[in-house]
Ligand binder design. Structure first.
Ligand code: UDP
Ligand code: MG
Length: 317
C-alpha cells in the first residue's frame, strides 16, 4: 500500500499538466514516503492523455485513469477516490490554482490525527469579479439552505483519510457534490488556509452552464428548501388574494366602480403563471435527479488504466 494518493482531475489541460506533474513530484519527494500521482482524464480532446501517458512510462509513481468521455469534474474526483491506493488521499486541481506546497501542511495535520483537512481559500487571485461574487453568494446560499455544515469558501482541494474515502465509495448517488458529501460523513475535520493562485495556463473548464449545474447539484443534494418555497409562496399569495377579494366585494356592494381594468387582470395572470412555472421547474429539477438515481447507470466508464507498477487495489466498481 502506498502512503499518499494525489488525485488530479483533468479536462483539456495540455497547457499545464507537465508543470503540474513537476511541482507535485517536487513536493511529494520531500515527504520521503511512497506516493502515487493519479491523473484522471475526464474526456480531454487535446494532448493531455498523450502527455500523461508518457509520464506514466518514465515515472512509476504516475497512474492514469482515462474516461471514455467527459463525465464532469465531480465524477472524475469520485473515480480517483475509487481507484486511489493511498492511506491518505489528496484532491487537487490540475491548473496549479491550489498550490502543491500546501499538501505538506495538510499531511502535517493528518499526522496530528485529523481525518479530513480541507483547504480554505483566504484569497482568490486572477478570477473575474463575477466568478468571485457568484462563488461567494453560492457558498452562503448553500450554507443557509442546508443542515449539513459545509464550510464556506472551500473547494475540493483537500486531504482525506483512507477510512473517509471508503465511506465515500459507499455513497452511490449520481449527482455528486463531493465537498458536501465529505462534510456530511463527519469524522475529525480541520482546515488550512491558502491563497488561491491564478490559473497557471489555459482557460477555465467551468463555463457558466457547468457552474449552474454544479450549484444546482450542491443545493438539491443537501436541501429540500426550494421545494418548500411552493408552500410558503402559496400561503403568502393566498393571503394577498383574500385581502384583494375583500376589496372587490366591498367595491361591488358599496360603490359604483365595479368595472375594474383589463390591465390588472392580465398583470395578475402573467405574474401567477410565472410563479407556477418557476415552481414546476424546481420540482422538475428534483424529479430529474430522482430519475438519474433510478436508472442506476455507472457513474463513469473507464477505457484505460495505466501505470503505477499495478499497485492497484481490487478494481473499483
Ligand atoms: N475539470 C474536469 N472536468 C470538467 C471540468 C473541469 O475534470 O468537466 C477539472 C479541470 O481540469 C481542473 C478542475 O476540474 O483540474 C477545476 O476546473 P477549472 O480550473 O477549469 O475550474 P475553476 O478553477 O475555473 O473553477
Ligand atoms: Mg481552476
Amino acid at each position: 500500500m502506498v502512503q499518499y494518493s494525489i488525485i488530479v482531475p483533468m479536462y483539456n489541460e495540455e497547457a499545464v499538466i507537465e508543470e503540474t506533474y513537476k511541482r507535485l513530484k517536487e513536493v511529494m519527494d520531500q515527504t520521503r514516503e511512497s506516493y502515487e500521482l493519479l491523473f484522471v482524464n475526464d474526456g480531454s480532446r487535446d494532448r493531455t492523455v498523450e502527455i500523461v501517458s508518457r509520464l506514466c512510462d518514465s515515472d512509476s509513481n504516475v497512474r492514469l485513469l482515462d474516461f471514455s468521455r467527459n463525465f464532469g469534474h465531480q465524477i472524475a474526483i469520485t473515480a480517483g477516490m475509487d481507484y486511489a491506493a493511498g492511506r491518505a488521499i489528496v484532491v487537487i486541481d490540475a491548473d496549479l490554482q491550489d498550490p502543491p506546497s500546501i499538501i505538506l501542511e495538510m499531511i502535517g495535520k493528518w499526522k496530528e490525527g485529523f481525518d479530513v483537512v480541507y483547504g480554505k481559500r483566504s484569497k482568490r487571485k486572477g478570477e473575474t469579479i463575477f466568478k468571485k461574487a457568484t462563488a461567494k453568494f453560492f457558498y452562503r446560499l448553500l450554507r443557509s439552505m442546508t443542515n449539513v455544515e459545509i464550510p464556506v469558501d472551500t473547494g475540493d482541494f483537500r486531504l482525506i483519510d483512507r477510512k473517509v474515502a471508503d465511506v465515500l465509495r459507499g455513497l452511490k448517488e449520481k449527482n455528486r457534490f463531493v465537498r458536501g458529501l465529505v462534510s456530511w460523513v463527519g469524522f475529525r475535520q480541520t482546515s488550512v488556509e491558502y491563497v488561491r493562485e491564478e490559473r497557471w495556463a489555459g482557460e477555465t473548464k467551468y463555463p457558466l452552464k457547468k457552474m449552474i449545474r454544479f450549484a444546482m447539484d450542491g443545493i438539491t443534494s443537501f436541501s429540500y428548501k426550494p421545494l418548500k418555497l411552493a408552500t410558503y409562496l402559496g400561503f403568502f399569495l393566498s393571503g394577498l388574494s383574500f385581502i384583494y377579494l375583500l376589496v372587490v366585494l366591498y367595491q361591488a356592494l358599496f360603490t359604483e366602480s365595479t368595472t375594474a381594468g383589463w390591465a390588472s387582470t392580465v398583470a395578475i395572470n402573467l405574474f401567477f403563471n410565472g410563479i407556477v412555472l418557476i415552481l414546476l421547474g424546481i420540482i422538475g429539477e428534483y424529479i430529474g435527479r430522482i430519475y438519474d438515481e433510478s436508472k442506476d447507470r455507472p457513474l463513469y466508464i473507464i477505457q484505460e488504466v495505466k501505470g503505477g507498477a499495478s499497485s492497484t487495489r481490487e478494481q473499483a466498481p
